[in-house]
Ligand binder design. Structure first.
Ligand code: F0G
Length: 373
């Protein structure tokens, strides 16, 4: 098989790139779709659930799919610097792809509210890190303002190339399953990714969607020609209950959640996400921090899959809706696990008494092992 060189090369005919686009890639995409085996059995639920493990992208989140497109197009347009506001993952991806492209990345992060792994990535890749005394929504506003005043290209998901790259997650799922799932469950923060998946699923079955015409301005989606499947999934978007503007029906002024990746009160892709849910017959719902942390731990302990807290929101909501019957028995469900658990080590070890200290001596180690068998 040919060497895999990233999603732009893989899906070139379905993306807005040309021979003149310099491809800035770290071989992102092609992530595993893993079927859950232990959890459905233990919970006694009769559904086929798969997780799209986006934590296995080069910088550990789905943002790499959007960033390869955004930075490649910025390079094509001659940009020397990029800018984003971020709860951490976008800044990590921006920093890495800017390094690859030989550009400068400026990242605005909310003071004290990003996970340690993500901050480490921005620093490691040489981004200029601007910690602002405000939250993500403040950062987003500032990025839009400053882009008019300084020569920097915005690489947040309001950049339409981001969603183009991210729609490939849906293509990969359809290819892996040989069909679209019945339900696709996904965490919602700034609301770009749910919009991107809906564009991807729509294009994959040859249908146009308001999400894609809304942002491209065209009457029809430009890439609907390839019919890979004859139906689209129901899209279900989950938020943390302290940061759930879609449940409130309005922006939330002071969003709070331990899942800092989705600590967002004023999602930029509101209309696109709403269109995805409406057109697909889906819904939004919210889960508590306790529930999402419990799901993160369950997935790690029962299936060997470590995702970050914000990512667990999708599976958390899906399991609840299966138990309540809202998602019927026999359904095929996919959940996007947006980021790797290693991003946020503080949360993972918080409150855990999993480490014991023993003497460096055979008797002590043997006794410690036998105590658990
Ligand atoms: N999950 C993770 C791990 C994220 O980092 C994000 C967004 C989301 C889910 C939500 O996706 O915004 O497209 O609805 N993180 C952005 C960032 C905001 O700055 O890294 P969305």
């Amino acid at each position: 098989a040919a060497h895999y060189t990233g999603l732009i090369d893989r899906y070139r005919d379905r993306l807005p790139v040309s021979d003149k686009t310099p491809v800035i890639s770290l071989n992102e995409g092609d992530t595993p779709l893993i079927r859950l085996v232990n959890l459905p059995r233990e919970l006694g639920i009769d559904v086929e659930i798969y997780v799209k493990y986006e934590g296995l992208n080069p910088t550990g989140s789905f943002k790499d799919r959007g960033m390869t497109m955004a930075v490649s197009k910025a390079a094509e347009e001659g940009a020397k610097a990029i800018v984003c506001a971020s709860t951490g993952n976008t800044s990590a991806a921006a920093a890495a792809y800017a390094a690859r492209a030989g550009m400068t990345a400026f990242v605005l992060i909310p003071e004290g509210k990003i996970a340690m792994g993500k901050l480490a990535q921005a620093i490691a890749h040489g981004a200029v890190v601007l910690q602002i005394k405000g939250n993500f929504d403040d950062g987003m506003r500032l990025v839009k303002e400053v882009a008019g005043e300084a020569p920097v290209a915005i690489v947040n998901s309001i950049n339409p190339y981001r969603l183009q790259g991210q729609k490939t997650g849906a293509f990969e799922i359809v290819e892996a399953l040989g069909r679209a799932p019945d339900y696709h469950c996904i965490p919602v923060g700034n609301a770009g990714n749910i919009s991107a998946y809906w564009i991807g699923y729509s294009e994959a079955c040859g249908k146009s969607t308001a999400s894609c015409t809304l942002y491209s301005g065209a009457e029809n989606c430009p890439y609907v020609n390839t019919a890979m499947t004859d139906k689209r999934p129901v899209m279900v978007g989950y938020q943390a209950d302290g940061s759930a503007p879609f449940m409130r029906g309005a922006p939330v002024e002071n969003p709070e959640t331990l899942a800092t990746a989705i600590r967002i009160g004023n999602p930029q892709s509101w209309d696109l996400a709403q269109a995805a849910v409406n057109e697909s017959g889906g819904w939004f719902d919210e889960v508590s921090d306790d529930e999402l942390l419990a799901t993160q731990a369950l997935l790690a302990r029962k299936e060997g899959i470590f995702c970050e807290p914000a990512s667990a929101v999708s599976l958390c909501g899906a399991l609840r809706d299966v138990k309540s019957g809202l998602i019927p028995a026999g359904s095929l469900i996919t959940c996007t696990l947006t980021g790797h658990g290693l991003k946020d080590p503080d949360i993972a070890i918080r409150g855990q008494e999993a480490v014991q200290t023993v003497e460096a001596e055979l008797g002590a180690v043997k006794a410690a092992i036998l105590a658990h068998i």
